[in-house]
Ligand binder design. Structure first.
Ligand SMILES: NC(=O)c1ccc[n+]([C@@H]2O[C@H](COP(=O)([O-])OP(=O)(O)OC[C@H]3O[C@@H](n4cnc5c(N)ncnc54)[C@H](OP(=O)(O)O)[C@@H]3O)[C@@H](O)[C@H]2O)c1
Length: 172
């Protein structure tokens, strides 16, 4: 079995907010495009609330939904009852060059940040109101290998950075 390439993918405001009322607090089409580009053809793993916020399985990707509900149904997606089962499916179905993405929300990020090798983070350079947050983590454990700065044409020129962090010492 090949080692699991587990990455975390998140968009976060300056005050660490990632969501509000089970929605994204901002409208950033460029970030959605970035998300699609990174995840297409790969596996995405998400908590049940994030799945319901998206509203459907995302096409072109294996969608894994984690819930404790044993009768939860989501046609077109794979439903599991634990994080361990989700990771097992990633391991069994992945090929050598597969990348598996944890795509949220807060509850999933809190459980997985310690086991991911890479973080793709869209750093939105403004505070937003919200009710879910990206967990604090020790930046010193991570090497910033990429930062692309962008400004949105809408939203009063909202600035956002596409950042890639690699865990120091991770096998690439
Ligand atoms: N900005 C971003 O990049 C981003 C990305 C994703 C989501 N979000 C936002 O984040 C918010 C949702 O986050 P959230 O923390 O409320 O919810 P979540 O992490 O998406 O989902 C939580 C649910 O997942 C299930 N779950 C989590 N861990 C589990 C485990 N170990 N075993 C079994 N089931 C488990 C449980 O479902 P059951 O209750 O069914 O048992 C739990 O209630 C939304 O506002 C969304 O818009 C933002």
């Amino acid at each position: 079995m090949t080692p699991l390439r587990l990455s975390l993918l998140v968009a976060m405001a300056k005050n660490r907010v990632i969501g509000r009322n089970n929605q994204l607090p901002w409208h950033l089409p460029a970030d959605l495009k970035h998300f699609k580009f990174l995840t297409m053809g790969q596996t995405i793993v998400m908590g049940r609330k994030t799945f319901e916020s998206i509203g459907r399985p995302l096409p072109g990707r294996a969608n894994i939904i984690i819930t404790r509900q044993t009768d939860y149904e989501a046609p077109g997606a794979i439903v599991v009852n634990s994080l361990e089962d989700a990771l097992l499916i990633c391991e069994e179905n992945g090929s050598h060059d597969s990348e598996h993405f944890i795509i949220g929300g807060e509850k999933l990020y809190r459980q997985t940040i310690k086991i991911c090798q890479r973080i793709y983070i869209t750093e939105i350079q403004r505070d937003f109101e919200g009710d879910v947050y990206f967990p604090e983590f020790n930046r010193a454990d991570w090497e910033e290998v990429q930062r692309d700065k962008h400004v949105s044409e809408k939203d009063d020129g909202l600035e956002f950075h596409f950042v890639v962090l690699e865990r120091k010492g991770a096998v690439k």
